[in-house]
Design a protein around this ligand. Structure first.
Ligand code: B12
Ligand code: SF4
Ligand code: SF4
Length: 381
């Protein structure tokens, strides 16, 4: 592309391939890595053991270890819809993070990256080797993308682009191309704003702008495969899967228009934004896999999603949810789900709930469920 700089040419290819913006950085070690180690030593990564894997720490510190042939990392941003926190259709529905309203990024990003690489190869004139990092690779994507000039890390820890806000996925493309010129860093523009800190339902945004993952609803409802700590269940409110509060309240996302969001991430129907919890509670393993085969909700697994549905029903304050919860308590095969259903029944504080719990106490055999039933009975009415 005559007359354009390498970065301008890359940006054009990125946009043609389906991304919204792009930047590039070198593979020098990350100056902020010690803060990552501090975060790990404080145990703020909760149950995500892969983040502390000693074999992967060198690449997190020094991105050249991730792909030794790389000279530059092209960071690509691809937007998903903004969650405006619209009211639920009814108290029998739950709320899903907007990153999960459409297809899983595993279905959308690889073909977009492949198009990008094909175009880069024809531009470079050789069979360019490359390696990608999207979420699960041992790469600290936000600080590296900030170094690529794509934005600053806000108080909520997300990378905020001055034009595209923070509602996007990042993908890193490691290439042996020298994309010259280090961009100027985007200065921190959070200023005196603290909206995310004040709005976070569990207060898990720390003063240094990192997250206490063990209290973050995104972790608790998706990554966490066990019980949700009892004291945090009421704070989940209506969040069935993920959480967008700290980004939805951010002024940098207020004026975004979703017309240029990739079609794969647009919501096909309201059922994905606000799933019906009764339907979820009755999904068999096969139905669950079939319903969510292309959706990020698959990651929570059936038992995680039903566990979350029980908590949301318990938080609804609607005793009309008791028959659904009673069904879970009686018929559900997973003890994790029955135990959260017991909690939810107790939380609704109704005489018929107490009766349900007493009946289950006589029938139940799993010690973890029995414990929850007993606690619920002690606390109910
Ligand atoms: C683990 C993880 C999570 C965890 C922990 C979140 C977190 N903030 O750390 C959980 C499960 C909670 C999570 C949630 C979400 N995640 Co996530 N997550 C990741 C993952 C895999 C690693 C992040 C990580 O390394 N965290 C460790 C902490 C320590 O890093 P950090 O907060 O960036 O801290 C750095 C700086 O703050 C700095 N620093 C810290 N202290 C100090 C002090 C000083 C003085 C200085 C100078 C610097 C400094 O150094 C730190 C180390 O680099 C990345 C993908 C990746 N490979 O990078 C995606 C990623 C960050 N997640 C992403 C998304 C989309 C989400 C959610 C929005 C999903 C949802 N709606 O449910 C939420 C957002 C919640 C939030 N507010 O962060 C996107 C973010 C895109 C963006 N615009 O920023 C990423 C990049 C995935 C991707 N490829 O698109 N996530
Ligand atoms: S995703 Fe939700 S729980 Fe997690 S930090 Fe943001 S507002 Fe808090
Ligand atoms: S809500 Fe305010 S403080 Fe939080 S990330 Fe956005 S601008 Fe920064």
């Amino acid at each position: 592309m005559p007359g354009t700089t390498p970065m301008e040419a890359i940006l054009e290819i990125a946009v043609d391939s389906g991304f919204n913006f792009a930047g590039a950085t070198n593979v020098e070690p990350l100056a902020v890595f010690p803060h990552y180690e501090e975060w790990l030593s404080a145990g703020l990564h909760a149950g995500m053991r892969y983040l502390e894997n000693p074999d992967m720490l060198p690449a997190r510190r020094d991105p050249s270890r991730f792909f030794p042939e790389a000279v530059s990392i092209i960071f690509l941003g691809i937007r998903y819809p903004v969650n405006r926190l619209d009211p639920l259709p009814s108290s029998r529905h739950g709320r899903v993070s907007s990153y999960a309203w459409g297809l899983d990024y595993h279905a959308v990003l690889p073909p977009a990256i492949q198009t990008m690489v094909d175009r880069l190869r024809s531009l470079a004139g050789f069979d360019l080797p490359f390696k990608t990092s999207v979420d699960s690779a041992p790469v600290l994507e936000k600080p590296l993308a900030a170094r690529a000039g794509l934005g600053w890390q806000g108080r909520n820890s997300c990378l905020i682009h001055p034009v595209f806000g923070s509602i996007f996925f990042l993908a890193g493309l490691f290439v042996p191309l020298n994309i010259t010129g280090q961009p100027d860093p985007v200065p921190d523009r959070c200023g005196t704003c603290r909206r995310c800190v004040e709005a976070c339902p569990t207060g898990c945004i720390r003063p240094d702008g990192t997250i206490d993952a063990g209290r973050c609803l995104s972790y608790l409802t998706i990554e966490n495969k066990g019980a949700i700590p009892r004291d945090l269940r009421p704070l989940m409110g209506d969040w069935l899967f993920g959480c967008d509060v700290c980004q939805s309240v951010c002024p940098w996302n207020a004026k975004l228009d979703d017309s240029d969001v990739h079609p794969g991430f647009q919501s096909p129907d309201a059922q994905m934004m606000f799933p019906n919890l009764e339907k979820i509670s009755r999904l068999t393993k096969e139905e669950f896999k079939h319903t969510y085969k292309t959706s990020p909700l698959l990651r929570a697994k059936r038992k995680g999603l039903l566990r979350n549905a029980a908590v949301v029903l318990g938080n609804s304050g609607d005793t009309g949810a008791l028959p659904v919860l009673g069904h879970m308590l009686r018929e559900e095969v997973e003890p994790l789900v029955r135990s959260h259903a017991a909690w939810a029944v107790g939380r609704l504080r109704a005489p018929e709930g107490r009766q349900m719990l007493s009946q289950s106490l006589r029938r139940e055999e799993d010690p973890s469920v029995l414990e929850e039933i007993q606690i619920a009975l002690d606390g109910a009415n």
